[in-house]
Design a protein around this ligand. Structure first.
Ligand SMILES: Cc1ncc(COP(=O)(O)O)c(C=O)c1O
Length: 448
């Protein structure tokens, strides 16, 4: 059996060999990677002792908490039976059962499921399907995409082009296709405001967005939207009414709608999918992150029931796209277990967490003078911060807050001056109390 290096030796070996995502080499001196030896529920166990409350569900993946027994059992059972088989020309029960479950959950507008590995893959697949659909329907002018300002859809080149924030795009701009970016509302306030049926519909940004869609309608293949919350876009909440108006107008103009629910799907807003709040159905529904319960890489595109007809006929009309691990049995078995669990938990159990988070949000907003705005959509809570009595010397509020919270045993990863919570869905009251107290203490330490 391989020996496990002690925590500090592991960090040294890591620093000599690995390149971490979304990390700057020079920051490792301030905040070296933390060795984790186990995880259970919302808690990560440090290799050197102590535990960390994972208040951001490890990049928004962990729906039920880590090592959820039902999901882990499904993985173990499946791994003993069938680890993998290529998905071109073969099939298996976990992939079929999951597809049926996803289609039932999403409603009759969708007819098929295409599996992939990451959220970025799912976006690329939906975008390619849309363009090919229009071409094969004889509408070859529809080759462009619209997306929302501040949106985020992944970092492969096709998905990156659709990101409405220069932060991610800038170094690669010579490689990115031109995209029509539409203005987005920014809602503030409490739970019921963000989820109110008309929220964002009468915002001036909505009218401007609709006008741009109308103007370019003939050349647009699809619009890509994160329903209700632009998570990487500093948890900007855009509203149910805005979502409904954009989806309905786009579809009326013959523009496909790609709903990116990679972050907001699977109960994060209190319903299975964020689109459920508006009832406005997309042509493509992209899922990832929490799809497997957060345990394994898996993504999926749910495809509108009327899309496949354009791909029938001559052999060259097929969708020529594949990923090696498409439909992996272990990942789809995990996802099936997670979906069943979520179906049982959505409703009273998740609503109770959301109500407790609303109370915690009020406590933080009232006790911290540096909080200038706060907002909530389901189990997603965000605070906008401004320096009160002090600011970090290097101006990096997010990094300073991350360090301050970690020192107190909570994983927060603010997006600039936006501190947010997006924990596993069933968080116990004592964990919410810890989260509240540590958030206040970290804000107080860094910003006063
Ligand atoms: C809304 C949204 N879309 C797409 C992605 C990309 O997913 P992945 O990192 O799995 O490629 C993300 C990742 O954060 C996301 O939040």
């Amino acid at each position: 059996m391989a020996t496990v290096p002690a925590a500090d030796a592991l960090v040294r070996a890591d620093q000599a060999t690995l390149w971490h995502p979304a990390s700057h080499f020079d920051d490792a001196a301030l905040l070296p990677p933390i060795p984790i030896r186990a995880a259970r529920g919302p808690w990560l166990e440090r290799a050197d002792g102590g535990r960390i409350l994972d208040a951001i569900a490890s990049w928004w993946t962990s729906v039920h908490g880590h090592c959820e027994p039902t999901v882990i059992e499904a993985i173990a059972t499946q791994a003993r039976t069938l680890d993998h088989v290529m998905f071109a020309g073969f099939t298996h029960a976990p992939a079929v059962t999951l597809a049926r479950g996803l289609l039932d959950a999403a409603g009759p507008g969708f007819g098929r499921v295409f599996y992939a590995d990451s959220g970025s893959d799912a976006i690329e697949i939906a975008a390619k399907l849309s363009v090919q659909y229009h071409q094969q329907r004889g509408d070859g002018r529809r080759t462009r995409f619209a997306a929302l300002e501040h949106g985020y859809h992944g970092e492969t080149l096709g998905a990156l082009a659709l990101c409405g924030s220069p932060v991610y795009r800038a170094p690669f701009s010579p490689l990115l296709r031109e995209v029509l970016f539409l203005p987005t509302p920014e809602l503030r306030g409490h739970q019921h405001d963000a989820l109110h049926g008309d929220a964002g519909a009468d915002d001036p940004a909505c009218e401007r967005a609709l006008a741009l869609l109308e103007r370019d309608a003939d050349t647009l293949a699809a619009i890509v939207i994160e329903p209700l919350v632009q998570c990487a876009g500093q948890m900007r909440m855009t509203g149910v009414g805005f979502h409904r108006r954009i989806v309905e107008r786009a579809r009326a103009l013959g523009i496909h709608v790609i709903a990116d629910e990679i972050a907001v799907g699977f109960g994060r807003t209190g319903r299975m999918f964020a689109s459920d709040w508006s009832g406005a159905t997309a042509d493509f529904l992209c899922l990832g992150k929490g799809l497997s319960g957060g345990a394994l890489p898996l993504s999926a595109v749910l495809i509108g029931a009327d899309i496949e007809s354009a791909f029938r006929g001559a052999p060259e009309r097929a969708f020529a796209h594949s990923h090696t691990f498409c439909g992996n049995p272990i990942a789809t078995a995990a996802a099936e277990a997670s979906l069943s669990l979520l179906r049982a938990r959505l409703g009273p159990a998740v609503d109770a967490t959301i109500a407790a988070l609303a109370q915690a949000q009020r406590t933080v907003a009232q006790s911290c003078p540096a909080v200038v705005a706060s907002r909530q959509c389901g189990a997603i809570v965000a605070f906008t911060l401004a320096p009160h009595r002090r600011r970090p010397d290097d101006g990096r509020i997010g990094l300073a807050l991350r360090r301050a919270a970690l020192a107190r045993g909570v994983l927060l990863r603010p997006l600039g001056d936006t501190l947010y919570w997006m924990p596993p869905l069933c968080l116990e009251p004592d964990a919410i109390a810890t989260l509240t107290a540590v958030t206040c203490a970290a804000i107080d330490e860094v910003l006063g």
